[in-house]
Design a protein around this ligand. Structure first.
Ligand SMILES: [Zn+2]
Length: 548
């Protein structure tokens, strides 16, 4: 996902840094059903979704079925299947028998058949239909997008991060459970190719003017990344010789945009090459990489990224960093491709920890800049995004209620990672950590705490207070100091108790000194020939305050 326009505007106007009171939202019973591992979710583990959907643009309806295969992992009880109103379940079937179910808002509770032994695999099929919610402002809200291409032809797409995949298909709608693989069979009017995640296995043309496109994802996939596209698409196929061998790249611009897209999508190869260098091999060689033009700005749909940035560089033609570097590449290609590692390969169990997806994707923008134009360009980019930080709410949101934290998870999270890189002060180690995260947690679901613990352990530095400060408070650490000749007195203020982040100060144009500030005053004599040369190293995202 990318940050909303309105948020961006508000952030620009506010100028950041004010300590807003966190507003406590009221959560409902429905939020708990959607956002927590309820008892009706905990006893079964999804292994396969077999999703079949017919999309009818004539009346904006869909109908279909999802056969949910799961492993019984605990004592069976009611089963929670999510499907958002106004979509309706027609029936749920197991072992050829229709099951009784009850509806509780957007959740359905069904009593599964009698044979539910721990360790066995079972399948339950949900038949459903209706007129799904239409997305008003995709990708920031969610639903179906029934649009038209420039030639007037039907153009269909989906977006559902946050809101949930159950807005268009029945599933266990939590990030904490992914199937090991998934089929997505889309039936659409046969004049339109339909695209989903993974690889196309076959097309079946039917006598009723419809065609079924059968797509298959061979790896775990988060529900919100499952996507459907249909429109008058052209196809461009390429091969990238990547770290794990040949990787198939397939671009799907609308036919009307083929030439423009071909030129803009030439950026994909260097982006993938740079990210393989930083993060390790692309996570989905078996499923390939696809970039699909969409009637909204963009979304990290796994192996089928939605692209709608107008074939221009920057974020809709703008540079979020204000440095100019953001105009040297296409924001959506860079940001959404980064999510293949952080978000799709490594997925958080709860959207409260969405910083793991967005802070790394944000920092990836800087890393791509660095890969192409050098480390000072990369640093200028991430530092240039600091005015976007609002400090309105903590970056980590409330758990168990499907709620995310502040939009600061983008620029503040990226700057936190840049700061941590400079605390570690060893770029080879930093790359080993970025790549190690993608190996250690490959195709897995994690908590934010696991990611923090991994970074601390591999860095050999306890970073828990650093994470706590930047992720759970709305304060930027203040480095308070006095300078008398070469004598520097310093301490941290406006920090969490026990905050002990190392810091670096410059004492001349090309030399620096590392300090170990705490909340208590310390004094150190610096090798400082000219007091006016003293300054904080701006790689560290802190506020400097000279004490009187
Ligand atoms: Zn994102």
């Amino acid at each position: 996902m990318i940050r909303p326009n309105l948020f961006l505007l508000a952030a620009l106007l506010s100028g950041g840094l004010a300590d807003g009171m966190a507003q406590v939202p009221a959560f409902t019973h429905a939020d708990t059903l959607r956002g927590s591992i309820t008892a009706a979710r905990a006893w079964w583990d999804v292994t396969f979704y077999d999703l079949h959907v017919t999309l009818d643009p004539a009346d904006s309806t869909l109908r279909g079925w999802n056969a949910i295969t799961y492993r019984v992992t605990g004592r069976p009880r009611e089963m929670q299947i999510d499907l958002q109103a106004p979509l309706m379940v027609d029936s749920m079937v197991q072992d050829g028998r229709r099951l009784r179910f009850r509806r509780d808002g957007n959740a359905l509770f069904v009593r599964a058949g009698s044979e539910q032994r721990v360790g066995t695999a079972r399948t339950l099929t949900v038949y459903y239909q209706g007129k799904p919610r239409v997305a008003e402002n995709p990708p920031w809200d969610g639903g179906l997008i029934w649009s038209r291409g420039p030639d007037g032809a039907t153009w269909i797409s989906t977006a559902c991060q946050g809101l949930g995949a159950s807005v268009w298909w029945p599933n266990k709608d939590t990030q904490a459970d992914e199937p090991d693989s998934q089929r997505v069979a889309l039936t659409v009017p046969d004049s339109l190719p339909a695209i989903a995640n993974g690889r196309l296995r076959g097309v079946e043309r039917r006598s009723d003017g419809m065609a079924t496109y059968e797509w298959f994802v061979s790896a775990p996939i988060n529900n919100y990344a499952v996507s459907a596209y249909a429109g008058r698409y052209a196809q461009v196929s390429e091969i990238l010789q990547g770290e794990s061998g040949p990787l198939t790249l397939t671009f799907w611009p609308l036919a009307a945009h083929l030439d423009t897209a071909r030129a803009q999508f030439a950026q994909v190869k260097p982006v993938l090459q740079c990210f393989e260098g930083w993060f390790g091999p692309y996570p989905w060689y078996r499923d390939g990489y696809q970039l699909v033009e969409a009637p909204h700005l963009g979304m990290e749909h796994q192996s089928a990224i939605a692209y709608g940035n107008g074939f221009t560089n920057g974020y809709k033609g703008k540079d979020l960093s204000g440095t100019g570097w953001g105009l040297t590449w296409d924001f959506i290609i860079v940001h959404e491709t980064a999510h293949e590692w952080f978000g799709n390969n490594i997925t958080t169990a709860d959207i409260a920890d969405m910083w793991v997806h967005e802070s790394f994707a944000n920092y990836a923008e800087s890393l791509y800049t660095e890969c192409r134009y050098g480390s000072s360009a990369g640093a200028a980019y991430v530092i240039g995004t600091r005015p976007l930080v609002k400090n309105d709410r903590p970056v980590v949101g409330p758990f168990g209620v499907n709620a995310k934290g502040s939009g600061d998870m983008y620029p503040k999270g990226g700057n936190m990672l840049h700061t941590i890189r400079h605390i570690i002060d060893d770029d080879e180690k930093w790359v080993r950590i970025l790549r190690g995260l993608n190996t250690e947690f490959r195709h897995q679901i994690v908590t934010g705490k696991q990611v923090q613990a991994y970074i601390s352990a591999r860095a050999g530095i306890r970073l828990d207070k650093v994470f706590e400060q930047y992720l759970t408070t709305t304060r930027i650490p203040v480095f308070e100091y006095r300078l008398e000749g070469p004598r520097l007195s310093f301490r941290w203020t406006r920090v969490v108790p026990g905050f002990d982040m190392p810091m670096r100060v410059k004492v001349s144009a090309d030399s620096a000194v590392r300090l170990a500030p705490t909340e208590s005053w310390q004094t150190r004599v610096l090798p400082l020939a000219y007091p006016e040369d003293f300054r904080l190293d701006e790689s560290f995202y802190v506020v400097a305050r000279r004490a009187e």
